[in-house]
Write a protein that binds this ligand. Structure first.
Ligand code: NAD
Ligand code: DAU
Length: 335
């Protein structure tokens, strides 16, 4: 594979993947990103200009997408990360979620179909809805879709489009559904960066509801290595769930953050819960591990979290300008 197109490559996880590919392969990367509020040119800083081209544009722009996909060629691949990604935003205004996540994915599928280019679709465990806290089953590739939020419904719809384009038109695609990512460059609207930067800015930690909700954490570096494994060794038409056995309640995560940052672990605020808040996500990654031999590198969430907290402490210049607007939007909802 000589060239890939990475959509959403200036976002949190897409930029991590770009760094991963540059560090581990000789592949040339073209990033297509609209540079919404969630993008960060800094996350792509310092990359060799002969290996990376960054194109500012919309995945819904059929003309631009067609040109870029054609340029990748039949032996390359499109890796599709671009999305509106934040549940709370989808509850305030669902419109960009429907447009980008559905129409954008459709636009890319039509282009890869026309030019017969390999496609990998990045999705989320949220398409499966939620689990009870004591459910012994975790999500598998066979779990039925039952999305709860406008965000997860738009991602579920996009997944269905990809599978339909594989079956109806022979598009060479794979899919992956990953659990909650953490690590550097995640926007301060998201749970872990929000709490860490609240404390760094002298504010307080904000926990939705009781904090019993469980998320299954994976470091973004491990998501990238899993995606690269699937692109190279996955079977066309197949879906792979990506997870690192990282289940933690939000309450436990909040306590770990407070402790690591030298605060009383019980010194936080309970705030208004998210409407329709999914209770628990949990991934069974057996297929990815046994069929493709993938293993995560970050096996200790506590260690990965500590490194992430240190990263935010060292990158105030990056997150401080974003903080006030995010907190003002949360404050409007009592969060
Ligand atoms: P993010 O919000 O940090 O980044 C999204 C990127 O997509 C941004 O750079 C943004 O500018 C770009 N983008 C948005 N609309 C676009 C458009 N119309 N055209 C081109 N670019 C556009 O998101 P993230 O957390 O990095 O998530 C990336 C992908 O991974 C998404 O598809 C998301 O559903 C999926 N995912 C995320 C997680 C997680 O925990 N964050 C877990 C599983 C799957
Ligand atoms: O599971 C994968 C998904 O993980 C991805 O598909 C999404 O793109 C990504 O945003 C993430 O979704 P969540 O809704 O799980 O992540 P978020 O960081 O918004 O919230 C994580 C948990 O923390 C969730 O239970 C809500 C809670 N929360 C969130 C915020 C922002 C709080 O308790 N307080 C907060 O301030």
């Amino acid at each position: 594979m000589a060239k890939i197109l990475v959509t959403g490559g200036a976002g949190f996880i897409g930029s991590n993947f770009v760094h991963y590919v540059l560090a581990h392969t000789d592949v040339h990367v073209t990033v297509l990103d609209k540079f919404t509020y969630a993008a960060s040119s800094e996350a792509l800083g310092g990359l060799p200009s002969d290996r990376v081209e960054v194109v500012r544009g919309d995945i819904c722009d059929a003309f631009l997408v067609d040109q870029l996909v054609e340029g990748i060629g039949r032996d390359g691949a499109v890796v599709h990360y671009a999305a509106e990604s934040h549940n709370d935003n989808s509850l305030r205004d669902s419109s960009p979620f429907v447009t980008t996540n559905l129409v954008g994915t459709f636009t890319l599928l039509e282009a890869v179909r026309r030019h017969d280019v390999r496609f990998h679709h990045i999705s989320t465990d949220e398409v499966y809805g939620d689990l009870e806290l004591d459910d012994p089953q975790r999500f598998t590739e066979a779990t039925a879709y039952k999305p709860s939020s406008p965000y997860s419904a738009s991602k579920a719809g996009a997944d269905h489009l990809v599978r339909a384009w594989v079956r109806s038109f022979g598009v060479r695609a794979t899919l992956s559904n990953c659990s909650n990512n953490y690590g550097p460059w995640q926007h301060v609207e998201k749970f872990i960066p929000r709490q860490v930067t609240n404390l760094l800015a002298g504010g307080r930690v904000k926990l939705y509801g009781s904090g019993a909700n469980v998320r299954d954490w994976i470091h973004a570096d491990d998501h990238s290595s899993a995606v690269w494994t699937i692109i190279n060794h996955g079977k066309i038409g197949e879906t792979y769930l990506i997870g690192a056995d990282g289940e933690k309640s939000n309450l436990d995560v909040v306590r770990l953050i407070l402790e690591h940052m030298g605060h009383d672990p019980d010194d936080f605020d309970h705030v208004v819960d998210r409407p329709g808040h999914d209770l628990r996500y949990a991934i069974d990654p057996t297929k990815l591990r046994t069929e493709l031999g993938w293993e995560p590198t970050f096996t200790s969430f506590e260690e990965g979290l500590a490194r992430t907290i240190d990263w935010y402490a060292a990158h105030r210049d990056w997150w401080e300008p974003k903080k006030a607007q995010v907190e003002a939007a949360y404050a409007e909802k009592g969060q």
